[in-house]
Design a protein around this ligand. Structure first.
Ligand SMILES: NC(=O)C1=CN([C@@H]2O[C@H](COP(=O)(O)OP(=O)(O)OC[C@H]3O[C@@H](n4cnc5c(N)ncnc54)[C@H](O)[C@@H]3O)[C@@H](O)[C@H]2O)C=CC1
Ligand SMILES: CCCCCC(=O)/C=C/[C@H]1C=CC(=O)[C@@H]1CCCCCCC(=O)O
Length: 304
């Protein structure tokens, strides 16, 4: 059935343009009221005027708010509640380019998301219901694509957002479940927005070097609705051209269990190297699979 959008109030950060504007529009189309925030006041006011013409002044407002500033967060939430009603959906979307330095990347795209999330838990928790959708990136799941340490602030921030999102179902029963709030993350591939164009003016360069087309804003927008429809706590969806959304498994968790199993088996076998490399871990994994396969086959034979 999914999470109900109709009649609910949403906050979308960084909503003046790009994904944030598209998310705002789609939520409005589905019958939500939206307060979108940004630090770009000029574009924000223009977007507000366009959206108010289409969806009505009573349904959408722009609030100038910097996601790195606690007071701005409080006044954004207060204004949204006062003008539109109790907020049930938060889209942590605001972002900047990797070239702007690791500290600003972390301040805006990790600490900013953290500030929004913990305020949301406080405010939404009073109603025991709410959803937080974090806009991460494929750079939050995999790293080292560019091999450039100068842009790793972007990766640091996005990895942190995935960690926060995955803490929601993990943290049950406390502290998150007591608030009745779920979180999920969207992890898009490169998409055609101002953010990307400011970093790389010729997008065909990316398409040529990665042999993959760049996503449209509409494709990323749609994935927000799919995520709310699935409503799976802690899910982290890869958004990649021409494939369905992929709820990316927590490989680290699975590999952790396998690595420990490999270490344990090798130690029991009297073999104790200083470090166990991944080929050994995978070999032990394959061995375990074969053993389980035969145990299962024998059990099946005995029961028959
Ligand atoms: N465009 C891309 O290729 C991809 C973008 N993303 C992520 O999607 C999100 C949105 O990015 P786009 O729509 O591409 O960018 P965009 O540049 O079109 O929009 C981002 C908005 O965030 C606002 N913003 C920046 N700093 C802010 C702050 N401190 N407080 C409030 N607002 C602030 C900007 O003014 C801008 O309006 C970002 O988190 C980005 O990392 C993820 C994957 C791919
Ligand atoms: C490398 C996968 C990136 C996936 C999509 C994305 O989030 C792109 C964002 C770009 C938009 C403006 C930027 O500055 C971003 C570039 C980020 C590069 C991150 C490199 C990560 C790495 O090499 O580990």
């Amino acid at each position: 059935m999914g999470y109900q959008i109709q009649g609910n109030v949403a906050i979308v950060t960084g909503g003046s343009q790009g994904f944030g504007k598209e998310f705002t529009k789609l939520l409005l189309k589905k019958g939500a009221k939206v307060a979108f925030s940004d630090i770009n006041v000029e574009v924000g006011r223009q977007t507000e005027s366009d959206l108010q013409k289409e969806f009505g002044k009573e349904n959408v407002i722009f609030v100038r708010a910097d996601v790195t500033n606690d007071e701005d967060w409080t006044s954004l939430w207060d204004e949204a509640e006062m003008k539109l009603g109790a907020v049930a959906i938060l889209v942590n979307n605001a972002g900047i380019g990797a070239s702007l330095g690791w500290e600003r990347n972390v301040d805006i795209m990790l600490k900013g998301v953290g500030k929004g999330t913990f305020l949301a838990l406080d405010r939404m928790g009073k109603n025991m219901s709410g959803r937080i959708i974090n806009i991460a990136s494929i750079a939050g799941i995999a790293s080292g694509f560019t091999s450039k340490i100068e842009v790793s602030g972007y990766t640091m921030a996005k990895h942190g957002v995935i960690g926060l999102t995955r803490s929601f179902p993990r943290a049950r029963p406390a502290p998150f479940s007591k608030y009745g709030v779920k979180a999920y993350a969207l992890c898009p591939w490169f998409a055609d927005t101002q953010l990307l164009r400011e970093e790389i003016s010729d997008l065909s360069k990316i398409e040529r070097s990665t042999k993959t087309r760049v996503l449209t804003v509409e494709e990323v927008g749609k994935s927000l609705l799919t995520a709310l429809e699935k409503d799976k706590d802690g899910a982290c969806y890869l958004i990649f051209p021409d494939v369905p959304l992929i709820d990316f498994p927590n490989c680290n968790e699975n590999l952790f269990a396998l690595s420990v199993a490999a270490g344990w088996i090798l130690k029991k076998a009297g073999y104790e190297p200083d470090v166990i490399g991944w080929p050994v871990v995978l070999a032990v994994g394959a061995l375990l699979l074969i053993i389980f396969y035969y145990i299962f086959a024998i059990l099946k034979f005995m029961v028959w």
